[in-house]
Write a protein that binds this ligand. Structure first.
Ligand SMILES: [Zn+2]
Length: 281
């Protein structure tokens, strides 16, 4: 669907005629998002996202903006306080949307459409954290990191784990930076974020021990792999998507490994430094 027609649908939706706007709209399928980067920070991975393209409301907001979109705008404003995210939003020109119907995902990035979609059932602070995470995926994609059936399935899973761990580690760093700047609300929200908040403690411990930003972000990255929930759910989702994609494209399974040094440029700090993450084999 073109952007123009999508916008028309959004306006239609925002004005309140939900019943007419939605019936013929296919849900955003789980597999649609999978061969890009996907985020399953909440809910069941087997199910569709529950969202629809037509229900999305995207920035910039106008005078008719819904409460959901106004909150997303406020979340984006928080991220603009970070030079890294501010530049990323402006230069990538990624479309940033909220979807009131998306309940199973908190957020995801669709590389094909170059759009980030955030669920509406999150607080302002959670929206900011989820947006930071998804923007990091935009940065990763711009640097050439993309799941692909050109590689062995296990290698593909290894890459998706690393992309997710990096996206969340950088989000933890962002929340910490905001806290140091006097805004504690993001850090508080981060600590209680389901299936993600556990990464805050090792980061904080490293910072309080004087280990520095790089070591603290590396500690958060490593913590990603210690959640059985994350590992199991992302493994299931990644392998399922991989096999679906093989089926759909009638491709022969590849056993190609990721190139040597593939992750060397993944774990860059917003200030350009390297936090030297080490994705496990
Ligand atoms: Zn993600």
């Amino acid at each position: 669907m073109s952007k123009i027609s999508r916008r028309r649908h959004q306006e239609f939706f925002i004005r309140g005629d939900i019943g007419k706007a939605l019936p013929s709209v296919p849900a955003v399928g789980f597999t649609t998002a999978l061969l890009g980067v996907f985020c399953i920070l909440a809910g069941q991975v087997e199910a569709a996202s529950g969202g629809t393209v037509e229900a999305r409301q995207c920035l910039p907001m106008d005078q008719w903006a819904s409460e959901d979109l106004r909150e997303l705008d406020a979340a984006a404003a928080l991220l603009k306080q970070s030079g890294y995210f501010d530049i990323l939003m402006r230069t990538s020109r990624v479309e940033i949307c909220v979807d009131p119907l998306m309940t199973l995902f908190r957020g995801h990035y669709e590389p094909d459409e170059h759009v980030i979609v955030i669920g509406a059932n999150a607080s302002l602070e959670e929206k900011a954290l989820i947006l930071a995470h998804e923007l990091r995926h935009v940065d990763q994609a711009a640097r050439g990191y993309a799941p692909s059936i050109e590689f062995d399935m296990r290698e593909n899973v290894r890459q998706i784990f690393a992309l997710e761990a990096d996206a969340q580690a950088v989000t933890v760093l962002f929340a910490w930076s905001m806290r140091e700047a006097g805004n504690h609300s993001l850090w508080q929200a981060l600590k209680t974020l389901e299936h993600a908040g556990d990464m805050a403690a090792p980061f904080e411990a490293a910072m309080l021990a004087g280990a520095g930003q790089a070591a603290a972000t590396r500690a958060a990255f490593s913590a990603w792999y210690r959640s059985q929930w994350r590992v199991e759910n992302y493994f299931t989702a990644a392998t399922g998507a991989y096999l679906d994609q093989l089926d759909e494209t009638r491709s022969v399974e590849s056993y190609r490994e990721l190139p040597e040094g593939h992750f060397d440029r993944l774990c860059l700090l917003p200030n350009g430094g390297d936090y030297a993450c080490r994705p496990p084999q």
